[in-house]
Design a protein around this ligand. Structure first.
Ligand SMILES: Cc1cc2nc3c(=O)[nH]c(=O)nc-3n(C[C@H](O)[C@H](O)[C@H](O)COP(=O)(O)OP(=O)(O)OC[C@H]3O[C@@H](n4cnc5c(N)ncnc54)[C@H](O)[C@@H]3O)c2cc1C
Length: 114
């Protein structure tokens, strides 16, 4: 199990262990107890950092208003959409970037054929 340094520091202090305590000096029963504490530690979310720091947002142009073969608006012919302006959001991990690249590619190809 790998943990960020700040999390490790927090638990080490809770357990009365110093930074240089070798794992091998902790007996099996205590070690298992610490693992149980770590995996079941309750974390309460206290809020978000707000829109300014948002990485991706819900909302935008409805997909039902777009031709998925060209990304052209059904409402305003000649207008093309790609990426986050559309009402699609994925978890962090490349899904939003992939969506932006893929829809940008489709729109670009369609526009080049006009
Ligand atoms: C800090 C951060 C971390 C992220 N991490 C991830 C991640 O790990 N994985 C993931 O999948 N997604 C991530 N995202 C989301 C992802 O970056 C976006 O979903 C994606 O870049 C959207 O691409 P886009 O081309 O639609 O919009 P944008 O990348 O926002 O591009 C829009 C462009 O339009 C320009 N623009 C705006 N208004 C005008 C105007 N009036 N005239 C001319 N130009 C204009 C802007 O300057 C900008 O360059 C992250 C976002 C942020 C902010």
């Amino acid at each position: 199990m790998y943990l960020p340094a700040k999390v490790t520091d927090f638990f080490m202090k809770q357990w009365g262990l110093s930074d240089d305590t070798p794992c091998t000096s902790i007996d099996h029963k205590t070690f298992r107890s610490h693992l149980k504490t770590l995996s079941a530690y309750p974390v309460k979310s206290i809020g978000t950092k707000g829109f300014k720091d948002a990485q991706a947002c819900f909302g935008g142009v409805k997909l039902s208003e777009i031709n998925p073969d060209t990304m052209e608006s059904k409402k305003i012919p000649g207008v093309y959409f790609a990426g986050e302006i559309l009402d699609v959001v994925g978890p962090c991990g490349g899904y939003n970037l992939h969506w932006a690249f893929a829809t940008g590619f489709i729109a670009g190809q369609a526009i080049a054929q006009i």
